[in-house]
Design a protein around this ligand. Structure first.
Ligand code: KG4
Ligand code: ZN
Length: 334
């Protein structure tokens, strides 16, 4: 009998559902919440309300396009954490009720592990053990992936996540939310050596991104004194220089981790892995460092339920189910 799992993702501002059948993703329906744009950041209360509104239509579309009937499902999976508590509660409560009503087993998934496991949706997939740099709006982690279900955190950010740095700097520059993709586009036409921003180097495999945000702020204030239109006159060069510094900070730790562990299988995951500069830097490292590198397809970089479904597939095979009394976790370790 085939194994069909419905997976739900609702940890931040994307409401998503996907169906996986015997390890093959059948679809990945994502409803992006535009309500946050005018606030310049995700408003947790509004995110919960939007999940509540979008979830059932998104699940209905995923089931319909899979061609499967509810009765042929083998399990239901959901993102337990980390994420916004209210947002997680909506997806989690729905998954629990759905599992209860249909008498299906329930699978809880760690969102950060799911980002890593997005690498098993398409082939070729990385070979174990590999190092994954998971970079998103809330996290910046270096992970040693020993198997589908055995991961070890090697290092993480001590302050802001790199996606947060992209978004906050983009906001200072007057770009719309989320700023990361806008900054990326503008950077493509700028000179990365036009301006110099500090490259922090924390001890070991830890990251720090709060310094660059402050540095950009002071840099702009200084220059605006002489030229009130400084940002408009140099926007592309500023974006390219900021992006260059952020990528340098990520790559230096990735290189260090690879050398320390003697591992040349290297992957990136999470929303910021969609960044064109980071993708290019990784491809260059494939040559310079003799790495085998893995980049997820763009739709599997940012939040999506297909990655949750992939994680659930491995948990199902390992018999890792949870009870209906489970609660979401805003903070959840890898
Ligand atoms: O993984 P994700 O969708 O959500 C979280 O789990 O946080 O990541 C969202 C983050 C945002 O900070 C967004 O600006 C960033 O990923 N992002 C990018 C790009 N695309 C998304 N940052 C830089 N360049 C991009 N192309
Ligand atoms: Zn994410």
């Amino acid at each position: 009998m085939s194994c069909n799992i419905l997976a739900i993702e609702s940890s931040c501002d994307e409401t998503s559902a996907a169906v996986i059948s015997d390890g093959k993703i059948l679809n990945n329906i994502v409803a992006t919440q535009s309500v946050h744009e005018k606030y310049g950041g995700v408003v947790p209360e509004l995110a919960s309300r939007a999940h509540q509104q979008h979830l059932i239509p998104v699940v209905a579309e995923a089931l319909k396009s899979s061609g499967l009937d509810k009765s042929s499902l083998s399990a239901v999976a959901f993102t337990r954490g980390p994420g916004l508590m209210g947002a997680l509660l909506v997806g989690g409560s729905f998954a629990k009720a759905f599992a209860y009503a249909l008498d299906l087993p329930l699978i809880e998934v760690n969102h950060m592990e799911a980002h890593v496991l997005a690498h098993f949706i398409d082939t070729p997939s990385p070979a174990f053990p590999f190092i994954c740099l998971t970079v998103s709006g809330g996290h910046t982690q270096l992970v040693l992936v020993k198997s589908h279900l055995d991961m070890e955190l090697l290092g993480e950010t001590s302050d802001d996540a790199v996606g947060e740095a992209f978004d906050k700097i983009a906001k200072i520059l007057g770009l719309p939310y989320p700023g990361g993709p806008h900054l990326d586009k503008l950077a493509a036409n700028g000179n990365p050596e036009a301006f110099t921003f500090p490259i922090s180097d924390m001890k070991g495999l830890a990251f720090s991104f709060s310094g660059i945000k402050t540095a950009v702020l002071y840099f702009l204030k200084d220059n605006i004194k002489d030229d009130p239109e400084f940002i408009a006159h140099h926007l592309e060069d500023i974006c390219a220089s900021v992006q260059y510094a952020l990528i340098r900070m990520l790559m230096q730790k990735l290189v260090r981790a690879s050398r320390e562990l003697g591992i040349r299988e290297v992957a990136i995951a999470g929303g910021v892995s969609a960044n064109s500069g980071l993708r290019t830097a990784l491809k260059e490292a494939a040559k310079n460092q003799s790495w085998n590198v893995y980049l997820p397809r763009l739709e599997y970089c940012t939040d999506n339920a297909a990655m949750v479904a992939m994680a659930a597939h491995y948990k199902y095979q390992a018999g890792q189910f949870c009870g209906l009394d489970i609660s979401p976790l805003a903070k959840m370790k890898i």
